[in-house]
Write a protein that binds this ligand. Structure first.
Ligand SMILES: Nc1nc2c(ncn2[C@@H]2O[C@H](COP(=O)(O)OP(=O)(O)O)[C@@H](O)[C@H]2O)c(=O)[nH]1
Ligand SMILES: [Mg+2]
Ligand SMILES: [Zn+2]
Length: 352
């Protein structure tokens, strides 16, 4: 038996389910996403579920269930089911699907905190932290920075200096698997029913952290897969697990390039802490590139805004804009295509 309250089930989700036509069915949380099926943790156990035809149609890729989603399903066997509906998503971590310019990919949903994990040996990169922060800014997910492998040595002053413009927005933890204290502090930061997603490059120690937090070898880590050799990956891959005592942890594979899909420039300025300067530009629609009396450029010149921060601002803004225009283009093309189909249907003999 699983207590779904520990998995984040709450009154508002319950009310949502009551408002559907599926009140008699079972509900659960997607704990792992396979290509065409899902593992769903319910009160009575874990079920492998497929989608009903209904759920398959008329959805964008990013609208299919992802790890962390709450779904309603019909049991068809002791451990099999069919997903009938999905409860409204919130607090979702998306990214730009790699190899595309306009497609979002949902990575995890109903997430309270995102642990942005970087290792202090050679992975620490403030620009990448800013990128992650922007991506979750409008989803109401709390960013948390976890800097790992402190035992390998690092310059704390340098790190803190690099983080000073964002430090009031992102609690920061320094961890090492050799320091139980550092792990305990991180665990104390996660409460019952809260969902935490771990994001960051491959090799920074995400799976290791999850294992030590859970006091179990649940996730396969680099050292383990090294010793067992490649090709021996068993079917025990896990994504979402319940931490001993409290909290739900979601592991993600190392994502090399985390493309942003958040095009809200206000959030971007907020994340990078330049909003207060923006307000002082002479022109309301100032782009902060070469306008006269631009307070942002002035602040960059006199060192109030770090040059690296400013450059990342321009870069992220450009990327986000590119995403939005691509989505817009795609929609327009989709529309003109469906319009054409309609016209052909209405008048198949006319030249189009
Ligand atoms: N020295 C040191 N090594 C660590 C620490 N945490 C993880 N590692 C090692 O880093 C490697 C990658 O860890 P892994 O958890 O697989 O990284 P992931 O790809 O982010 O999941 C493994 O060899 C771990 O043993 C740490 O705190 N200190
Ligand atoms: Mg891993
Ligand atoms: Zn300006």
């Amino acid at each position: 038996m699983n207590n779904l309250l520990l998995y984040g089930w709450n009154e508002s989700l319950f009310q949502q389910m009551q408002a559907t036509i599926y009140t008699e069915f079972m509900h659960g949380r997607v704990s792992i996403t396979h290509k065409t099926c899902y593992e769903v943790v319910s009160e009575t156990g874990t079920f492998t579920c497929e989608l009903t035809g209904n759920m398959l149609h008329g959805r964008e890729n990013s609208e299919y269930p992802c790890t962390g989603d709450w779904v309603i399903f019909q049991m068809i066997d002791a451990d099999k089911g069919i997903i009938l509906d999905m409860l409204a998503r919130q607090k979702t971590l998306y990214r730009l699907k790699s190899g595309t310019v306009s497609e979002k990919q949902a990575i995890a949903s109903h997430v309270d905190k995102a642990f942005i994990v970087q290792s202090l040996d050679d992975n620490f990169n403030v620009r990448r932290i800013e990128r992650f922060m922007l991506q979750i800014a409008d989803e109401n997910i709390q960013p948390v920075l976890v800097l790992t492998k402190t035992d390998l040595g690092f310059n704390k002053d340098e790190v803190e200096n690099a983080l000073k413009h964002i430090s009031h927005k992102i609690p920061t933890f320094f961890t090492s698997i050799q320091s139980q204290d550092s792990i305990d502090q991180l665990r104390d930061f996660i409460s019952i029913g809260e969902t935490v997603v771990f994001i960051g490059s491959s090799g920074v120690g995400k799976s290791t952290l999850i294992n030590v937090l859970c006091k179990q070898e649940i996730m396969q880590t680099a050292s383990i897969s090294d010793s067992t050799g490649k090709g021996k990956h068993t079917s025990t891959r896990r994504e979402m697990i319940l931490m001993e005592g409290s909290g739900i942890l979601i592991d993600t594979p190392g994502i090399k390039v985390f493309g942003v899909t958040n095009d809200d420039t206000d959030s971007l300025s907020e994340v990078l802490d330049i909003s207060s300067f923006e307000g002082q530009c002479r022109f309301k629609n100032c782009q902060h590139i070469n306008e006269k009396a631009c307070a942002v450029i002035k602040a960059v010149k006199n060192g109030d805004i770090d040059k690296g921060v400013y450059e990342n601002y321009l870069k992220l803004r450009k990327e986000a804009l590119h995403f939005t225009t691509s989505v817009h283009e795609k929609r327009k093309q989709g529309k003109s295509f469906s319009k054409m189909v309609k016209e052909v249907k209405n008048n198949p003999f006319k030249e189009h």
